[in-house]
Design a protein around this ligand. Sequence first.
Ligand SMILES: Cc1ncc(COP(=O)(O)O)c(C=O)c1O
Length: 393
Amino acid sequence: MSGSLYDLTMDLASPSQAARRGFSPERSAGIAVPPDPGVARLHFGDPCFATPRHIVDAATAAMSAGYTHYPPSYGDPDLRTAIARRASRRAGRPIESSEVLVTAGSTAAIYCALTAVLDPGDEVLLFDPSYSLYATILNQIGARPVYVGMKEALRPDRDRLERAITDRTRLVIINNPANPTGVVFNEAELRAISEIAVAHDLLVLADEIYDELVFTGAFSSCLALAELSDRLLYINGFSKTYAMTGWRLGYLVARPELLHAAHVIHSNSSAGVNWPTQRAGIAALDGPQEPVAEMIAGYHTRREALLEGLAGTPGLRPVLPEGAFYLYVGFRFNPPIRSAEITKLLLKEGVAVRSGTEYGPAGEGYVRISYSATLDDIRDGAERLQRVFTRLS
Ligand SMILES: Cc1ncc(COP(=O)(O)O)c(C=O)c1O
């Protein structure tokens, strides 16, 4: 890819060490599959639905009403209140609007939170596999991502987590429901992790951006674990639930001391979030929720279509997709074939997926398939995948 946007080492005049450390070729290439009508696009984490109309209308009304100046840097007060109300419902206890920082997507919330609390050399525990953004930010900071292997069926392993702790460990990351696996951690698993965090005095970053997309069983939020409240960096956003990826709206909830530190990073980098977008966020949270229910039903249909399309594929070992909109599948062939290689081969055969290795070393032998796609792409993609896997078996 010499000469491309993604060739940092060759083409930029002199990128800083931080920029070099923060660059992941696999993550960048995974995101940037060029549009091609012949390719079934099952690689993306972008909702396959449009933002509900009343949310769009709230943004245009806000522009007309003069929300065109600098916004308050912590966020629009009405939006912070609406977010605090939602978080209080999740927590089962009052959360104040003063505990909310509005950011440009949850990406920025994660970035501000991690950058605010970590120093170079600090160690951060994350499950293997984990959403690839975490490691790139940690690398950029100079902190060390420490991947912790999971149990059978990719469930969290309390003992392995505890064994990974050293005197440099500062923080543990929980993403629930999980990208890329689609696993939803249950309350007992979350309690086991939080016990360890309390016992070893660790911070916890809980990214619950897929909390409305749960297809099996109930969802438990880290916000509801009272023992975490003073060490929790809680992340959520509007991208997935309200199909608002293009708007860039997310938030961090944390106790004031942690929030103020994150605000320093936030105000030095963006100074605040596009104000009409924030007014649209209020309409999303306080307006009708039927469009969300319709989208969830749509994901349900797509999940079924993908599972059906892949049923009986030789060599394929899917992880039960409990939540988010991903199916994580293991494969084994003789002779063995690497995840990055099979991802390239599948793209050549007309289906874009992500290599499991983007998400950590344990991703070798896996690919991630997104079912946030058109039903045609899901059916065509499953057929092509089935064809390739049958050939390799
Ligand atoms: C687990 C997880 N967290 C955070 C994000 C970032 O979302 P956004 O910045 O659009 O809010 C994503 C996007 O795919 C994700 O999968």
